[in-house]
Design a protein around this ligand. Structure first.
Ligand SMILES: [Zn+2]
Ligand SMILES: [Zn+2]
Length: 255
């Protein structure tokens, strides 16, 4: 299995990250992308990617903290883009749920990161919360199609999923797709073509059923795979194989 979005760099894993990684391996997780979203978590993602050969890093600036991003932070992200274990930029995007960073600041920081991704030719990982229209508009206006990427923890409509797939994006599902009352994500997941589907945990957040509310971890990505396999009416082994192939193709991972 390929967990395309994990925050093993978060404080919640400070005490036992090695055991968490052991458990993931034991459950059949073969690749993990650890996502950095500010100075500290970018350092953490790079360190984990350097320490474990099956862990890769994504580096970007989170929209909630957009207001804190300085020019030198973006320059640093650009330098890291050539690191051999950095496979994507992000997470980046828009988050209108929290109001720490004004919308206009979020948009500008998002646009600058898309432009950087095109410059360094890396795919992007998109975080969207309550901002779908603006996210899609900016992706289109900035020509994000050139690099493509991932709509992470997708919760939008099928129509939006299609628009994003037209722009070379993959649709990634996490824990919420396992919830019994998650009607919309289930309906959308069912319709997304298998060659555009990805699985993720977004750990330590968004634990799948039956761990809802507890700390999430990469070994739980199998619950996401099982839920999607059921929706796609295919054996879970096949779902795992396809989603892993998709992730490797997107991230340019050959092993
Ligand atoms: Zn996110
Ligand atoms: Zn995340």
């Amino acid at each position: 299995m390929f967990d395309t979005h994990a925050h093993l760099n978060a404080v919640q894993f400070q005490e036992d990250v090695e055991e968490v990684i052991e458990r993931a391996l034991a459950e059949g997780v073969e690749h993990i992308v650890v996502v950095g979203f500010d100075t500290e978590t970018i350092h953490g993602a790079i360190k984990l990617a350097e320490n474990y050969d099956f862990i890769y890093a994504a580096v970007g600036w989170h929209p909630v903290d957009a207001i804190d991003m300085r020019d030198e932070d973006l320059n640093w992200i650009e330098e890291l883009a050539s690191h051999p274990k950095v496979v994507a930029l992000g997470e980046m995007g828009l988050d209108y749920h929290w109001d720490k960073s004004p919308k206009e600041v979020q948009k500008e920081v998002f646009r600058r990161q898309i432009r950087l991704a095109k410059k360094v030719n890396l795919p992007i990982i998109i975080h969207n919360r309550e901002a779908t229209k603006d996210v899609v508009d900016i992706l289109r206006e900035e020509g994000a199609k050139e690099v493509g990427g991932i709509m992470h923890c997708f919760s939008g409509s099928l129509e939006v999923a299609k628009e994003c797939m037209d722009m070379n994006f993959y649709i990634s599902f996490g824990g919420p797709v396992t919830f019994k009352n998650a009607k919309k994500p289930k309906e959308v997941a069912k319709e997304v073509p298998i060659d555009r589907l990805l699985i993720e945990t977004d750990c330590p957040y968004l634990s799948p059923h039956p761990f809802r509310g507890k700390r999430n971890e990469p070994s739980y990505v199998k619950y996401v795979a099982e839920a999607l396999a059921e929706l796609k009416e295919m054996p879970v082994e096949q779902l795992i194989e396809k989603t892993s192939e998709n992730a490797k193709r997107l991230f340019g991972i050959t092993r």
